[in-house]
Design a protein around this ligand. Structure first.
Ligand code: NDP
Ligand code: PYC
Length: 339
């Protein structure tokens, strides 16, 4: 039997409280990190705690930040995270975003000045639970070479989409616009395992399967020029357009990559009912027909693996290995002195 989800949330929340985070920040962080561990998304699970603590210890994330929502009644809502982590900032803005999208058809949540370490699927899933479709994106820090280039410039820039499915798990995809998340390369380095061909180039600009060389060099965009362009779009929409840092700026501001980057995030929400009004067909029923057709070919939907892992974790608990358990105990005991 593994660790119950609520037990692990208390343990992780306790680590962040010990590190000086306000209770609302610590609880939001614990929910996000434990959700990733529960859903078998190891690159953004308990492994991330030490990086968050390093960022607080270095004075790059404010543990006492209280995010503030501003709403001028338009389609653009803003949360100023005030230098704190993104999780509490998102939780503050999400209900207002869903309501505004239902009222207007479409609305945007801009989060500014947040330290962002998490996967984006918890955010789009939260919005689909509120009955809206959602698209979330953010820069990270310069660690990916544009296609045809030889040095880190773009971030691993994740993008996630969610579509509500009445009576079932939502349709959700969430991926880095690099071939894999940087967290995956870090986990390979920690395990002393080579990364697959095609993920990265070393500092000399040549291909490498050595994760340490990849971390010192640059990762590659997924899908060649197509991923490179989507990643660039994210720098524009969720960096320049919202008046926040792009990935090269975030890396320069941080002065290294052993901590987590501070920048902004853009989350869009759509009301399928409002968009489809007056047109033939129910958008949700039509979506189900499409999902059935995909599954009918023997393909799987994105997030199916994750939701299966969640079902297992809720029944059997979350399995952490001995090393992970002793790391949690160490972080809980020593707090910021552990990093
Ligand atoms: P993956 O490549 O592991 O997965 C990408 C998506 O594709 C998932 O939704 C996954 O669903 C789905 N998928 C995988 N295989 C299939 C398949 N055969 N058929 C259908 N769907 C499939 O993700 P990445 O490594 O690119 O990213 C991992 C995480 O890192 C993301 O959650 C992302 O948000 C996060 N990240 C965060 C950053 C930040 O700055 N905050 C930066 C970069 C990444 P499933 O999960 O069910 O397998
Ligand atoms: O895994 O690429 C990544 C990442 C960057 C910031 C948070 N996660």
């Amino acid at each position: 039997m593994g660790i119950a989800v609520d037990t692990l949330e208390r343990t992780v929340g306790g680590i962040f409280l010990q590190a000086g985070l306000l209770p609302a920040q610590a609880a939001a962080m614990a929910r996000t990190i434990v959700a990733a561990e529960r859903d078998a998304c190891k690159s953004h699970g308990v492994y991330r705690i030490a990086g968050c603590l390093r960022t607080v210890k270095a004075g790059k994330a404010d543990p006492a930040a209280v995010p503030a929502l501003s709403d001028d009644g338009t389609a653009i809502l803003r949360v100023d995270a005030k230098g704190g982590f993104s999780c509490a900032a998102f939780e503050l803005g999400a209900p207002a975003l869903a309501e505004r999208a239902k009222a207007l058809g479409v609305a945007a949540l801009v989060i500014n000045d947040c330290t962002h370490f998490s996967a984006l699927w918890p955010e789009v899933e939260a919005l689909t639970d509120m009955g809206v479709a959602a698209l979330a994106m953010c820069p990270s820090y310069a660690s990916v070479a544009p296609t045809g280039g030889t040095a880190a410039l773009l971030g691993t820039n994740p993008i996630a989409f969610g579509w509500p499915r009445p009576g079932g798990h939502p349709y959700v995809f969430d991926f880095a616009t690099s071939v894999a998340a940087r967290g995956e390369v870090e986990l390979h380095a920690r395990a002393g395992k080579a990364i697959p061909d095609g993920w990265a180039i070393g500092p000399d600009g040549g291909p490498t399967t050595d994760p340490e060389q990849a971390l010192d060099g640059a990762m590659l965009p997924f899908g060649g020029h197509k991923g490179s362009a989507i990643s660039t779009m994210i720098e524009l929409l969720a960096g320049a357009m919202i008046g926040d840092l792009t990935s090269p700026e975030a890396r320069a501001e941080l002065g290294g990559m052993s901590m987590l980057p501070r920048h902004g995030e853009l989350v869009l929400a759509f009301s399928p009912d409002r968009f489809a009004a007056g047109r033939p067909g129910d958008p949700f029923a039509r979506a189900e027909a499409l999902f059935d057709a995909i599954l009918g070919q023997g393909a799987r939907l994105p997030s199916q693996r994750r939701h299966a892992a969640r079902t297992k974790a809720l029944a059997d608990g979350i399995a952490l290995n001995d090393e992970e358990q002793s790391e949690l105990a160490r972080l809980g005991r020593l707090g910021l002195a552990a990093v």
